[in-house]
Design a protein around this ligand. Structure first.
Ligand SMILES: NC(=O)c1ccc[n+]([C@@H]2O[C@H](COP(=O)([O-])OP(=O)(O)OC[C@H]3O[C@@H](n4cnc5c(N)ncnc54)[C@H](O)[C@@H]3O)[C@@H](O)[C@H]2O)c1
Length: 300
């Protein structure tokens, strides 16, 4: 008995890294899997289908069910195809894990148009395109009287929550994914769908040059293992998380942080407008003496 017996799941970008471990974990809990991956380089170039096939082969060898989808998830048709493939192959679609991503890190003054467009497209449109078609599918199902236990789990980043220098394209997309998570959570709750997002930290080709301290050790708990992240996906995808929606989690090793949304840090109130000079005089009250609104990294 697995937590996800009988469920059908899609993981985008599941050929490598975190998505690979998420797909393997969902399958180990009994879900049938669509392994989406275009097989891109870290920068989003090329197309090698073998990593996605390898993941499907492992699932099948372990007695599970899996098919490969090689669509570019950042296209409208790619989003449509992957949902249709799940329904056509397995008869339903219950869990969508939006994970695919690329990186083109540069300072804003060095960034070119395609660095911006491609990263925004793969992350933001790559989340919305499958989510939009999943939303249509679940809404139609709910309206026809069938029970829906839909799950969308998005992938943000601490770069999106805090804003990271050198990642204008990536941080903007990942911040947008947080807003998208809240919008979809509001819109789909009435149809039986929860929508949450994770901001993971794990050792993959995306981060192997970033964090010096995450070299793999043969001894003890490997806190940088992407499997640690995958466990949270298993919980969020399950019926145990039916009452969890609109949440943003930072997840790393044995740590899971539920992150709060925006809250006021200072305020001014009166029954008529403030002039620019009056605002200048009142800024101590408004900002409580701290004028920079750049959030402090909580965990580094
Ligand atoms: N590794 C971390 O510590 C970390 C931190 C924060 C956020 N993330 C996010 O986690 C997700 C997974 O990252 P990772 O570290 O496993 O990276 P990764 O490069 O190992 O895996 C990303 C996968 O996405 C696939 N992909 C890229 N563009 C695609 C497209 N258009 N359509 C379908 N598939 C596509 C790639 O082929 C690759 O297999 C990304 O969204 C990333 O931004 C990772």
């Amino acid at each position: 008995m697995g937590l996800l017996d009988g469920k059908v799941a899609i993981v985008t970008g599941a050929g490598r890294g975190i998505g690979r471990d998420e797909a393997l974990l969902l399958a180990s809990e009994g879900a049938k899997l669509v392994i989406n991956d275009v097989g891109a380089s870290l920068q989003g170039e090329g197309g090698d289908k073998s990593p996605a096939q390898d993941v499907a082969d492992i699932i099948i060898a372990n007695g599970g069910e899996a098919v490969v989808n090689g669509d570019d998830i950042s296209t409208w048709n790619g989003g449509k195809n992957v949902i249709e493939q799940a329904v056509d192959t397995f008869g339903s679609m219950d869990i969508l894990v939006n994970n695919a991503g690329i990186l083109r890190d540069k300072m804003s003054f060095n960034m070119n148009e395609s660095d911006w467009d491609d990263v925004i497209r793969v992350h933001l449109k790559g989340h919305f395109a499958p989510a939009q078609h999943a939303a249509v599918y679940w809404r139609n199902k709910a309206k026809s009287g069938e029970e829906v236990t839909g799950r969308i789990i998005n992938t943000s980043s601490e770069a999106g929550l805090y804003g990271n220098a050198g990642q204008a394209n990536y941080s903007t997309a990942k911040g947008g994914i947080v807003s998208l998570t809240w919008v979809l959570a509001r819109e789909l709750e009435r149809y039986g769908v929860t929508v949450n997002a994770i901001a993971p930290r794990a050792r993959t080709r995306m981060t192997e040059n970033l964090f010096g301290e995450m070299a793999k050790s043969d001894e003890g708990f490997d806190e940088w293992d992407p499997k640690n992240v995958a466990n949270l996906i298993g919980f969020l995808a399950s019926d145990n998380a039916a009452d969890v929606t609109g949440q943003i989690f930072v997840v790393f090793g044995g740590n899971v942080w539920a992150m709060g949304g925006f809250v006021p840090v200072g305020e001014l109130h009166r029954d008529h407008a403030w002039t620019p000079s009056e605002l200048a005089d009142a800024k101590g009250d408004l900002f409580k003496g701290v004028s920079s609104g750049i959030p402090k990294f909580s965990f580094f």
